[in-house]
Write a protein that binds this ligand. Structure first.
Ligand code: 13P
Length: 247
């Protein structure tokens, strides 16, 4: 059985005032059956991890540099995130790929750095609307999966997140059949490379909210969600956690 995962990505949102949200989340869901994760901006990782303590909410980073340390102004390493109390890190989010020109090779190096630091890497893949309209979705995702997921990936150190670029922050979502098609394709693709692919967790991300979470969680090979906007408020994210627990 794959343990389900509700992951929140706060992106570039949140200051110390927002730390109250994770206390509210932990108070409302003290013993979820699924794993619950919040990835705040790097400035909040240590304080959030401190507040989260041994409670039900894990803390993660949103990105990491592939090296452990060095002359890389403004960057944060996976080892630093682990030291700050993070247990996960997102790598290859489409906003990083688009805003910072991150390639599959760089994303793979970041995932390897995460593993070396003892973090679980959440590797993101997803097509643009142009690519979907051109019928290239599975080709694009297959290439990203091949190029971004390192050879050392296991179900314990790697989670894959399917995030169609056109569904992020738009309120639009693929049909359930489209989500199932990609998630089944991901499972089969992973099975060609990894012995424990059947145990790897596959998250869907892109406009997940309380009102659509249950149907998405009932979809083939969906083991949870990577949630942006709806993870910022404990009430909304809590409802998504509850939907995952009930699935
Ligand atoms: P939204 O849930 O705001 O669409 O963002 C999804 C996402 O990019 C999570 O990483």
């Amino acid at each position: 059985m794959r343990r389900k995962l509700a992951a929140g990505n706060w992106k570039m949102n949140g200051t110390t005032a927002n730390l109250a949200e994770i206390e509210a989340l932990a108070a409302a869901h003290p013993a979820p059956r699924c794993d619950v994760l919040i990835c705040p901006p790097a400035t909040l990782v240590a304080q959030m991890a401190w507040k989260a303590g041994k409670g039900p909410v894990a803390v993660g980073g949103q990105d990491c540099h592939p090296e452990v340390s060095g002359a890389h102004t403004g960057d944060v390493s996976a080892a630093m995130l682990a030291d700050a109390g993070a247990r996960y890190v997102i790598v290859g989010h489409s906003e990083r790929r688009a805003d910072h020109g991150e390639t599959d090779a760089l994303v793979r190096a970041k995932a390897e750095a995460a593993h070396a630091a003892g973090l679980v890497a959440i590797v993101c893949v997803g097509e643009t609307e142009t690519q979907r309209d051109a019928g290239e979705t599975l080709d694009v995702i297959g290439a990203q999966l091949e190029g971004s997921v390192p050879a050392g990936a296991t179900s314990a150190n790697t989670v894959i997140a399917y995030e169609p670029v056109w569904a992020i922050g738009t309120g639009r979502t693929p049909t359930l059949d489209q989500i199932a098609e990609v998630h089944d394709f991901l499972r089969a693709g992973l099975a060609k490379r990894f012995a424990d692919a059947g145990d790897m967790r596959l998250l869907y991300g892109g406009s997940v909210k309380p009102s659509n979470a249950s149907e998405i969680f009932a979809t083939s090979n969906v083991d949870g969600a990577l949630v942006g906007g709806a993870s910022l408020k404990a009430a909304d994210f809590g409802a998504i956690v509850a939907a995952l627990d009930a699935s």
